[in-house]
Design a protein around this ligand. Sequence first.
Ligand SMILES: Cc1ncc(COP(=O)(O)O)c(C=O)c1O
Length: 352
Amino acid sequence: MSRLERSFASDNFAGAHPKVLGALIEANSGHALAYGDDPISLEVYARIEDLFGAGTRTFFVFGGTGGNVAMLSSLAGPGDCVVCTEWSHIHVDETAAPERAGLKLLTRPSADGKLTPADIAAAAHWLGSQHHAQPRIVSITQPTELGTLYSPEEIGAVCEAAHRHGMLVHMDGARIANATAALGGIGSLRSFTTDAGIDALTFGGTKNGIVYGEAMVYFPQSGNPTIERGVRYAPWARKATTQLPSKARFVAAQFRALLEGDLWVELGGRANAGAAALFDAVRDIASLALTTPPAVNSLYPVVPDEAAEELRKTSFFWPWDPATQRVRWMTSWDTTPDDVEIFAGAVRTCME
Ligand SMILES: Cc1ncc(COP(=O)(O)O)c(C=O)c1O
């Protein structure tokens, strides 16, 4: 079996889009103010404000974990904790960085990676007691760590429940491009973010074709006094968590390239289309237990260890739930139809 040049392991394995690399070179001329005050950063703050509405405030960071930790730190007061699912990246995949920053996480079980208003109600039980960490922030991931998508209505219901109890809602949008593409394109973006009541967003770029960089995006237009406090603390929370890029113009330039002509949504859609094509190519192999088409760019089939070992000769991929032998296959913005065909052929050989 020949090894694929592009893998089905993670969208983090993919390189950067040529327009992003071009933007880096273009930004590399002359000197500019550092720490986010340069002309490219100012332009991109305005573009992101256009996307989400007047009042939106953006702060660039180096990475996704850092963006989540810096943002949640800016939102949390003393004794506050963050409600999230047991699958959430902040809980499972961030090496206790949130806890190291003093953020207690209150996890909830979830079969599909989503939080519900009932989870918020359960967490709210502890509000007001000085002996318990105060659930004042809710963090959801869109799309979730299990490849599922919240509908705008589901997010609206979570936000409504959270706001009723005075909690803020943060969205981990490491793959928000995939969600936007899947939910109907650029026109759908506000329906599951600002219009649904989201207060703060970690806006992902890395998985979507940039070299490095993400953005903390605040929505003080929600009028919630606590989010205004978060915006005020953001510069210090970012620096204190080592996420302030001095040459921020290079992060901004990459985002500018992604935002130009909605390239970011197009790339998210391409990754999603790759996963849909892979699903179609292998769905008849019953033992994979792939019953529903992927919502975004990942599939979670059952692949016994021996077959997985063989299949990894074609492309590496991660185990996901060893208890059920589920693995994760993930497509990227640059996955080609040929990649899908070759990988699907290898799946067939290994599984049949
Ligand atoms: C849901 C989610 N959030 C955040 C991140 C960002 O992580 P990193 O610190 O690797 O950029 C990832 C990356 O895998 C992710 O899947």
